[in-house]
Design a protein around this ligand. Structure first.
Ligand code: NAD
Ligand code: MG
Length: 390
């Protein structure tokens, strides 16, 4: 039996992973499941899968979790240190599906034990790509991408030499506001931004799809994971979300990966890699689909794409600043304290401030520095927003 853990098990990716694993209960021995405030879901999945330990991110919820697990024999734990402890328990495969930079430390702990890390948490590579990849190499650990675009590229590259790649094209649905007049964007509400045209995902990534901060993170993720130059990475809007990514080779061939928008494909691929197995996913009916459209993204509508290019140029801790500032700006948008377009303005101002302060900040890409920078960038967002309000 393969020993597996799922970090962020109660979320959208986590639940899809629990679903796939639960379909083959004799094949998997579940070690750790983690979640946040949804204690009943966490406890139910821990009981059903016979997990060794369940961890909630929130220390204040430990007693609730203990109560929900009473009599089950599943250990209960809470807090950030408990998450990292759970990640140190020996396993073969880990799903990293916590949302945000909170996924970084457990992911690094997983790599230290040489386990395979199925990486849905793109923030890990955005904040600390070179550090994480070095860690994987040092411990002979495999990282498998779970973001649909990156899984698609990974699959298109099987048997190919990365040096023969000319470009990588990742697709974007364009999000909830693709067809809105730009003048209306300042008034876009949280409810409107939380409706994705094609994918059913967690609220945060859904709003990030509307602003294309998600695609901005994914451009950086592509650069880090495939070690390709930023100018070889393209984004194209593809309203149907059927082609997930394309790899262009030196000879002009363009290899596309197609499938219905169902994350269980990318999750299942990472679970079964290097093999393929039947998955409970609808097969694509091309004739029923009729047509696939591709449209160049308008950077005036999606300024986050430009910010991603600046971040890649700066390198070092800029990715950590960018991601943390984005996460905090998104919190403030969800709390209705700033408007939809203000998210990009604030993130941009924090990146500028970081550029100006560079000489005064220890730039070494260590976990401690990434976490400290993450903290600082969130604080700067709050300062920038207060200043705007004042
Ligand atoms: P989600 O919000 O549905 O779930 C997030 C999970 O993380 C939950 O289990 C939650 O309890 C946990 N969590 C939240 N904050 C935490 C914290 N501070 N510490 C520990 N745990 C915490 O998110 P999701 O949509 O499943 O996305 C998870 C990750 O996968 C994100 O990085 C996202 O960008 C990436 N991703 C998601 C999809 C998708 O289809 N949902 C697709 C591609 C990539
Ligand atoms: Mg994606």
């Amino acid at each position: 039996m393969r020993k597996v853990s799922i970090f962020g098990a109660t979320g959208s990716i986590g639940q899809n992973t629990v679903d796939l694993i639960s379909r083959a209960p004799t094949e998997y021995d579940v070690v750790a499941l983690t979640g946040g405030a949804n204690i009943s879901q966490l406890a139910e999945d821990a009981r059903n899968t016979g997990a060794q330990i369940a961890v909630t991110a929130y220390e204040s919820r430990l007693q609730d979790l203990k109560d929900a697990l009473s009599g089950s024999g599943v250990e209960a734990a809470a807090g950030q240190a408990a998450l990292v402890e759970a990640a140190s328990r020996p396993v073969d495969w880990v799903m990293s599906a916590i949302v945000g930079s909170a996924g970084l430390a457990p992911g690094i702990e997983t790599l230290k034990q040489g386990a395979t890390l199925a990486l849905a948490n793109k923030e890990t590579l955005v904040c600390a790509g070179p550090l994480v990849l070095e860690m994987a190499k040092a411990h002979n650990a495999q990282i498998l991408p779970v973001d649909s675009e990156h899984s698609a590229v990974f699959q298109a590259l099987v048997g190919e030499d990365i040096r023969s790649v000319d470009r990588i094209v990742i697709t974007a649905s364009g999000g909830a506001f693709r067809d809105w007049p730009i003048e209306d964007l300042p008034r876009a509400t949280v409810e409107q931004a939380s409706k994705h045209p094609n994918w059913d995902m967690g609220q945060r990534i859904t709003i990030d799809s509307a602003s294309m901060f998600n695609k901005a993170l994914e451009i950086i993720e592509t650069k880090e994971f495939f070690d390709i130059s930023p100018n070889q990475i393209e984004v194209v809007i593809h309203p149907e979300s059927i082609v997930h990514a394309l790899v262009g080779f030196q000879d002009g061939a363009l290899m596309a990966h197609l499938g219905v928008p169902d994350m269980r494909h990318a999750i299942g691929y990472a679970l079964n890699w290097p093999n393929r197995r039947e998955l409970p996913i609808q097969k694509l009916d091309l004739a029923a689909l009729g047509q696939l459209r591709f449209i160049a993204p308008d950077e005036a509508r999606y300024p986050a794409l430009r910010l991603a290019r600046e971040v890649m140029e700066s390198g070092g801790l800029s990715g950590a600043v960018f991601n943390a500032a984005k996460e905090r700006a998104l919190d403030l948008f969800i709390q209705r304290r700033i408007g939809f377009l203000e998210m990009t303005d604030v993130v941009s101002s924090v990146l500028d401030r970081f550029d100006g302060a560079k000489g005064h900040i220890d730039a070494a890409l260590t976990l401690d520095n990434v976490l400290q920078t993450d903290h600082l960038a969130r604080h700067w967002v709050d300062e920038a927003v207060l200043k705007r309000a004042g």
